[in-house]
Design a protein. Structure first.
Length: 402
């Protein structure tokens, strides 16, 4: 359509492109004549549509009286590198808390937060990196995006059928699910709009570009994919990274024990099938301390990893923490060998052992007293003497590691 006006902070635009992804930050590449001085926060006006963002100076400049700028939605801070930060709460760390902190440190305004789960667990560790990585992580599969007012949301985009009088379909590419539109009022068509005119079936806009050229604008809309899917570029990069990493299986994976073989190795299955990993076994246990071995029950929680990322070398490298499923084994063995072999206990553990021995001696004294004298019996012993427990029996229940 012919532009009624296309302005950036009041300056006329000669050409440009506005990219609006389904997930993430919108941006606009804009060219203006006369090299006007525009920086910081700016508003892009396309007819009745207003987009509030920030000039990215690192990608903007002027030459031969032509000013080219990149406007990024919101405060332009989601690419900012944030320092590492840890969170802990026994009541549970909230996704909204982590999101609010990331937005504040990045200089962004946070709106609605409806993450996949608001509770992240008792701990959350934010590593050093772009703020966008944190907001995407806590979203847990829910889309996050910066709206045209410059506010960031973590929520599914609203979907609504567009008025057929608000747009005209110029071209359809079924293979790419790309629909080219002529739109008079850009406030009437956007990501989440459902198109029906001249289409065999309704299509929902998931991402769009507004091309500004030669006194007119055209909308190109990519349709059809789920609202939670990444952008076309992100999907392409993901496929590339997956291909590069396909020969290595990195990370630590949650598994549970199916059974333990007589040789101590474990048959295990993944806790989450969505991880795309199979049942494994038998797997050797690397307990993290030499000379240690144990017997665990079916259902015990464990951690599995692959040595050097080699898919041929799975190992069990850890067990559930206190209170977790299978934390206490049915049998625990600590062993040492050699001429100088010894098992040493710290002062705390030694006190526990000593306590067990003292209790055993006290029981023995009580036994001797009772068996030697009973009032009114002339010193006769009990028919069935009281038997004191042994130190080893007491130690079994009392001894704990230091």
């Amino acid at each position: 359509m012919t532009l009624p006006w296309a302005l950036l902070s009041g300056e006329r635009i000669t050409r440009g492109r506005v990219s609006v992804p389904g997930i993430g930050v919108w941006s606009a590449e804009i060219e203006m004549e006369g090299a006007p001085s525009i920086s910081g926060s700016a508003t892009l006006a396309l007819g009745d549509l207003r987009l509030t963002g920030t000039i990215d100076e690192s990608r903007s400049g002027s030459n031969a009286m032509v000013r080219r700028v990149v406007l990024v939605g919101g405060g332009g801070g989601w690419s900012k590198v944030l320092p590492a930060r840890s969170y802990h709460s026994d009541a549970g760390v909230r996704a909204s808390t982590v999101a609010q902190d990331a937005a504040r440190e990045a200089g962004e305004t946070l709106g609605t937060v409806r993450a996949g789960s608001d509770m992240l667990g008792s701990d959350y560790v934010r590593s050093r990196g772009p703020a966008s990585v944190t907001i995407a992580d806590i979203a847990a599969g829910v889309p996050w995006f910066v709206d045209f007012d410059g506010v960031t949301h973590v929520m599914a985009r609203e979907e609504e059928q567009a008025d057929v009088d608000a747009y005209e379909v110029l071209e359809v590419d079924p293979a790419e699910r790309l629909v080219t539109l002529a739109v008079d009022d850009l406030t009437q068509v956007g990501v989440g709009s459902i198109l029906t005119e001249r289409l065999d079936a309704p299509l929902t806009i998931r991402a769009m570009e507004i091309e500004i050229e030669g006194g007119s604008w055209t909308v190109r809309a990519w349709c059809g994919a789920a609202s939670t899917s990444a952008s076309r570029l992100a999907r392409a990069l993901t496929r590339f990274v997956d291909r590069v990493r396909s020969d290595r299986l990195l990370g630590v994976w949650s598994y549970q024990v199916v059974r333990q073989n007589v040789d101590g190795r474990l048959e295990v299955q993944p806790v989450e099938r969505s991880a795309g990993l199979p049942d494994i076994g038998p797997v050797s246990v690397w307990p993290g301390i030499a000379g240690a071995s144990c017997e665990v029950a079916a259902g015990a929680q464990i951690l599995v990893e692959f040595i050097d990322g080699d898919r041929r070398k799975p190992i069990v490298r850890g067990f559930a923490p206190k209170g977790g499923s299978g934390h206490i084994p049915s049998k625990l063995v600590l062993d040492a060998s050699g001429a100088s072999a010894s098992l040493l206990l710290g002062a705390g553990a030694t006190k526990k052992l000593a306590y067990a021995e003292d209790v055993a001696q006290a029981f023995s004294q009580v036994q001797a007293t009772i068996n030697a004298f009973v009032p009114g019996s002339g010193g006769a012993s009990f028919p069935t003497p009281f038997v004191a427990p042994t130190a080893s029996a007491i130690g079994t229940s009392k001894v704990v590691g230091s």
